[in-house]
Write a protein that binds this ligand. Sequence first.
Ligand SMILES: [Cu+2]
Length: 126
Amino acid sequence: MVKSALTLIFLLLPALAHAQTPQADLRCIATGTDFVYDCTIRLSRAGKPLEGVQITVGADMPSMPMAHNTRPEQARSGTLPGEYKVRLDLEMLGEWAVKLRLGGPVRDQLILHYEFDSKGASPKRR
Ligand SMILES: [Cu+2]
């Protein structure tokens, strides 16, 4: 009885946390200028697009702490609900931790690990 109740709690906890934490998906396309990417962020919570959020986007390389000092950029609203656009000027190819600072109606911070190559970026599973 206790065991099954605990099991239920452990099954539900991640689902609850997942429902409340904003989720972000990042798509980036290389612009043709070295290390400059046009990126689209899709922000949602519990499967619904999050609109009207102020997003400040920073980036650094986990493998090179303090080596880079990219300027945080303010994302602008995209065309679809929950969509935001930002241009990232990174200093080299490789794995970057893209940090989204959310302000306005939602306050949170999300860190997205992406591998940037000459075409764009793909999520890095750790
Ligand atoms: Cu680097």
